[in-house]
Design a protein around this ligand. Sequence first.
Ligand code: AHM
Ligand code: MG
Length: 331
Amino acid sequence: MNVRTAQELALPVGVTLDRFIMHSQSAFPYATGELSQLLRDIALAGKIINREINRAGLVDIAGANGTENVQGENQQKLDIVANIRFIRALKNGGEVCAILSEEDEDIIHTGNNHGKYVVAMDPLDGSSNIDVNVSIGTIFSIYRRVTLISEPASMADFLQGGRKQIAAGYILYGSSTMLVYSTGDGVNGFTYDHSLGEFILSHKNICSPAHGNIYSVNEGHYNSYPPFVKNYISHCKSKSYSGRYIGSLVGDFHRNLLKGGVYLYPSTKTDPKGKLRLLYECYPLAFIAEKSGGKASDGFGNILDIIPDSFHQRSPIYIGSAEMVKDVIKL
Ligand code: AHM
Ligand code: MG
């Protein structure tokens, strides 16, 4: 066990995210604190988005007769609002030189060319669930830039490949709001305490069960799945596994991470590369899966080993409990 994990394990459940981050940083005497600050910026953006989501229904009512909300801002769809909030928080933080978002075709330069990091994110994933009060999530992935500091970031900073992520995680806006992240050593979960306005360590050192009895897949597309996926679905049925599919990647992934299960988004006849985006959906969750003992594959190899060639490229994904992912591929 390295120093950092030992330090983190020493902290009891119930400490604040800030304290946890500070404690983790203290294991590295030469750390500048920039990554710590970046994680705090992400948590802040998560709190703001959480607030927007919680009052979304009310805002619609308040804005029914016009296009402005209570703060005089234009009414916008929640995923656009989340995108704006996230970008603003990362720009203000100063550690990030560029952002790749699911909502924008090109990378967004923050103007902080001295920032060491780039962030790829899906600010609000699960679009079909956004307006119907079902769990949704933010997914993020952090890289140290490879281009020269002080110059504008470029494609190369984002196309380094999943193994080069230095941190990744997600925020789940569900029955409670949770931030789950890893900087490489273990995965920890923090639940948002509304009354304190703080994320509190609630799920320490999360370990993905090696096996489970949940499978999550959109069976509506069954007929267009590859034969090995159909075989796996039959296998799950023969074992009487539970089918659980929210249609919200973060929610489905999180449940399977805690309880043991596998999430599948295969290639289909119409989408031979699957639906989910490699850089800000598959990579970060694959990182969390692996750091917690789970696994993620595209059906051929490890998701993290795929070398990307474009910002918004897609990939099939089979992710979750290690043994279950192995079973999918074996079939
Ligand atoms: P989105 O980025 O447009 O929200 O799409 C991603 C979502 C995932 O959260 C979810 O697992 C999947 O799409 C559901 O897709 P489908 O409706 O095809 O089952
Ligand atoms: Mg998405």
